[in-house]
Design a protein around this ligand. Structure first.
Ligand code: 2P0
Length: 320
């Protein structure tokens, strides 16, 4: 039996950085994100009759480096006493480059795995299973603006606002297409152990979430902009103050921030966020998209631009 699912990455505005429980992959903080539309992962899962190892192809090439995480995810969804699976993933954006490719991958994988094994699992449980594989993936089970609440024992994920009522858009300035030097899981551990700022990062997160939630419910762009930029820079301060330091930015990242500041000074509705990579995501309202794209396109060091509206959560495309 074969099932094909699709999911989009999500961009956190209030970030997940740090884990409460490494084995269960439980986040130390709650988070808040936008699910994108035009960046996509399509994941096909087929359980075969043959014994042996799972196989994984990503964009038409074998991907042995990612197979263990994929197999562990299939075990979580279907159980470890299962047939071997053939997994095929197609991704229309750079992988492992700070564009949240694991969020769409594991969100699509849990949906496809459940369907191909004829297991009925509700969306909240699928979100928890995806989150156990990659913390950010839990949020891609839902569309629009999504909040993930970090509990003691488990997470819960809820959509806060669908895409239609407040049509935020995202322009991604790609400043480096290669893989990041330190994976986010390893970087988080380093921050937890060594950054003197980590405890205050944890202590102030709920405050930021409250402000962001209220801003979204009022559709108050300026308030969301202020808290999201602040939260992003605090997360990067934890990274920078880790030992050894983790600096994902490059000079083009800073040039993009300057370009966005200039646009803000000119009155455009735009703010920035950056994740575990050097790409800059500019969040804007529809009226500002063209001017934001034009400014970032001519910013030195920007290699590529991507544009997305908000999109739907992970879903099944077909099962046979
Ligand atoms: C986020 N990031 O909230 C934060 C902001 C990156 C920076 O979640 O270790 O690949 O697999 O749970 O989901 C990226 O981390 O981490 C991430 P794991 P994941 O989007």
């Amino acid at each position: 039996m074969k099932a094909v699912a699709q999911a989009q990455p999500n961009i956190a505005l209030i970030k997940y950085w740090g884990k409460r429980d490494h084995e269960a992959n439980l986040p130390a903080v709650s988070s808040f994100s936008l699910t994108l539309d035009s960046l996509r992962t399509t994941m096909s899962v087929e359980f075969c009759d043959r014994p042996g190892r799972d196989t994984l192809r990503v964009n038409d090439a074998p991907a042995p480096g990612m197979l263990d995480r994929v197999s562990a995810c299939l075990d979580l969804v279907v159980g470890s006493k299962r047939a071997a699976a053939e997994v095929i993933s197609e991704v229309n954006f750079p992988i492992g480059a700070g564009l949240a490719s694991s969020s769409s991958a594991f969100a699509a994988l849990v949906v496809a795995a459940a369907a191909s094994s004829r297991t009925t699992i509700d969306t909240q449980t699928l979100a928890r299973l995806a989150g156990a594989c990659s913390g950010s993936a839990a949020r891609s089970l839902y569309g629009g603006i999504v909040e993930l609440t970090a509990g003691e024992e488990q997470i819960s994920v809820q959509p806060l606002l669908q895409s239609q009522p407040w049509p935020l858009e995202v322009v991604v300035a790609v400043t480096e297409k290669g893989k990041k030097p330190v994976g986010s899981g390893e970087a988080m551990v380093r921050g937890e152990k060594t950054s003197p700022f980590y405890s205050s990062w944890l202590a102030r997160q709920d405050e930021d979430l409250e402000v962001a939630r209220a801003a979204v419910l009022r559709q108050d762009f300026n308030s969301l902009a202020e808290v999201a930029e602040h939260n992003c820079l605090k997360m990067h301060s934890v990274m920078w103050s880790s030992k050894p330091p983790i600096v994902y930015w490059n000079s083009a990242t800073l040039s993009c921030l300057e370009a966005i500041r200039t646009l803000q000074d000119q009155g455009h509705a735009v703010f920035f966020t950056m994740d575990a990579g050097p790409q800059v995501k500019a969040i804007c309202l529809p009226d500002s998209v063209d001017v934001v794209m034009a400014a970032l396109r001519q910013t030195p060091g920007v290699q590529d631009l991507m544009h997305s509206k908000l999109g739907a959560g992970a879903r099944l495309l077909r099962s046979t």
